[in-house]
Design a protein around this ligand. Structure first.
Ligand SMILES: NC(=O)c1ccc[n+]([C@@H]2O[C@H](COP(=O)([O-])OP(=O)(O)OC[C@H]3O[C@@H](n4cnc5c(N)ncnc54)[C@H](O)[C@@H]3O)[C@@H](O)[C@H]2O)c1
Length: 249
């Protein structure tokens, strides 16, 4: 299909070693991009990067602004520019808000909200200068409708939507789009961790999802790949749920 290529483009995917990240890396690489696979999981990042043509592993701790600075400097030194930034990494410690540890709030905010802001700050100038760029933020349906046990995480994910829309407005005349994808419950290690304490949760989720199954990495990756493509140049500032119809807003 015309315009569904990323030939010659450099794409950065955070959390590239994770469940959804792997799918995103695979699709962007299949479209011809050189894909930078960033993760705190060094072994996983290497494994995923080596599984695709043009994959490059980078290790980073997104909870640490200094580590992000080092990462962005290395990527720009190695590859010159970034055309596509997929802020996909995420982390949470699930539990009722009033039983949460205030000491963990900063970590949740750093990984889920501050890191995407810092990465955008580093790579957006190059996109604007070149006249082409794509920022895709992997948020969550938790941002749109709330999610019991995920108060701080959901507020970060909602923050990403406001941030992405503002970047969309500020970059619209520069050929740079900025959009949000909100996965619903998806079959990844993150969900397995959440469901570990409540075995009936997954069955209850499947029953409540209109399509009748959990999301798969390829579902989310397909939406990200389209938004990263040439063809999506007229779509910006949008929030797309990929949740089998669970959230219709
Ligand atoms: N799986 C779901 O049901 C679901 C639902 C809604 C939203 N999401 C979002 O989708 C995105 C991907 O989630 P996933 O399900 O693939 O999770 P995952 O746990 O499988 O992958 C997350 C990846 O992020 C990496 N990561 C975590 N902390 C990091 C840090 N400090 N520095 C660098 N990398 C770090 C992990 O190592 C992992 O590879 C996340 O933003 C998540 O919030 C997932």
């Amino acid at each position: 299909m015309d315009g569904m290529t990323l030939e010659g483009r450099v794409a950065v995917v955070t959390g590239g070693a994770g469940g959804l990240g792997r799918g995103i890396v695979k699709d962007l690489a299949a479209m011809g991009a050189t894909v930078v696979v960033c993760d705190i999981n060094e072994t996983g990042a290497k494994e995923v990067a080596s599984s695709v043509a043009g994959g490059r592993p980078y290790t980073v701790d997104l909870a640490d602004p200094g580590s992000i600075d080092a990462l962005t400097a290395r990527i720009l030194a190695d590859l010159g520019r970034v055309d596509v930034l997929v802020n996909n990494a995420g982390w949470d410690k699930v539990g009722p808000f009033l039983q949460s540890d205030p000491g963990l709030w900063d970590r949740i905010i750093a990984i889920n909200l501050r890191a995407p802001i810092q990465l955008t700050y580093a790579f957006l100038p190059g996109m604007q200068e070149s006249g082409w760029g794509r920022a895709v933020f992997v948020s969550s349906d938790a941002a749109r409708v709330g999610s019991t046990g995920e108060a701080v995480y959901a507020s970060c994910k909602a923050g990403l939507i406001g941030f992405a829309k503002t970047i969309a407005r500020e970059s619209a005349r520069s050929g740079v789009t900025s959009n949000v994808v909100c996965p619903g419950p998806s079959d990844t290690p993150l969900l397995a961790e959440v469901a570990a304490g409540s075995p009936k949760l997954v069955e209850a989720l499947k029953r409540s999802i209109p399509v009748g199954r959990l999301g798969a990495p390829r579902d989310v990756a397909g939406a990200v790949a389209f938004l990263a493509s040439e063809r999506a140049e007229y779509i910006t500032g949008q929030t797309l749920s990929v949740s089998g119809g669970l959230t219709m807003v």
